[in-house]
Design a protein around this ligand. Sequence first.
Ligand code: GDP
Ligand code: MG
Length: 445
Amino acid sequence: TLSDRLSATFKNLRGKGRLTDADIDATAREIRIALLEADVNLGVVKEFIAAVKERAKGAELTGALNPAQQVIKIVNEELVEILGGQTRVLRFAKRPPTVIMLAGLQGAGKTTLAGKLAKWLANQGHTPLLVAADLQRPNAVQQLTVVAKRAGVAWYAPEPGNGVGDPVAVARNSISIAQQKLHDVVIVDTAGRLGVDTELMQQAADIKAAVNPDEVLFVVDAMIGQDAVSTANAFAEGVGFDGVVLTKLDGDARGGAALSIARVTGQPIMFASSGEKLEDFDVFHPDRMASRILGMGDMLTLIEQAERTFDAEQSAKAAAKLSGRGDGEFGLGDFLDQMKAVRRMGPLSKIFGMLPGMTGDMKEQISGIDEKEIDRIEAIILSMTPAERENPKILNGSRRARIAAGSGTKVSDVNKLVERFFEARKMMTQLASGKMPGMPGMPGM
Ligand code: GDP
Ligand code: MG
């Protein structure tokens, strides 16, 4: 696996403080092979590797992870990001019905997906209507009615004298039927061909124009590998879509198609289909797909555990020092470690971003301030001698001037930091000694 290969590449690296360019190049080669084996598009691989290299070069090795783990962590995070980061949820119309249109090649799994989606929505209290706008294949309509019955939802299919042979009319009619019968979601199944062709694109585009969907989902078979990218591009151009559904993930596809499509079209993957039964369906999880592509779910779990343990150890040490039981006093070095631990939880903007009522402007300000601030604090502390970090009381005027010059900051910045440190230490000491309620574990930030 990739993790074995990387571990071999990094055997001699333990104890180094930073990854060298040569180390990173060696890693990049291994990751490149892994991605190509997972069937990721070559252009996407190149772009991706460049981004990872860039990040790895700036990465400092922490005590928690060995170099191989560190790089895997970066690769994984970048993969998850490209795969959409967070799962995007369906957008419902302000005024029902919400119209969802499915598009894709023949055999991609659209009709099956229509049933899965309908059942999933029905379970959440929606009242979906399945619409048979695939009039291409002789038994397509019948297949859809079977699927709808299995899903326990209503369907709309052309009858003699009502839209037979005209998928656009069927789709259009279905909307007023849904309004009359109070279906809050309409799922329009469409015809596919074996390959991309203009007639098919035109029909799909016409249906789209007739029903004005809230979501057009491009359904694609994950097993088709490299072809997925050109097909996705053709549908993006010919029809346009808002989200992707990957099907047949129960097959042995490594998921490279997913990465490629997400990257190339810039549209999120929203659902995953993994079998012929209606239950084989889930919202798409970028993190799970990333570990599938890397072939290392266990490794990623290990990395998370290592980091958590490391944080816990660090916190325990800091807490011991603060309560006077540990080795030496709580100094500026410990202070910096604590700051970094908080930073590892993710950008504060992300944490604040989850609070309701924050505007984009406010988020930007917060993220700008805290990241820059921590960078400055880090620079200042790193410009101090170990003795100064250990015992900040010795920081007289000339030392402060030297530190400011060394860190590219002003003496007033150094003063502010030292003042803040003493205040924080006082507060944390009180916390740790139990004079204030709420014990450490997370010393005082
Ligand atoms: P459509 O032409 O796009 O409507 O595709 P269908 O829904 O008719 O599916 C084509 C074939 O793929 C059928 O035999 C389905 O049972 C099968 N299929 C659909 N989705 C999946 C899936 O996620 N996994 C597997 N193994 N088979 C699937
Ligand atoms: Mg079909």
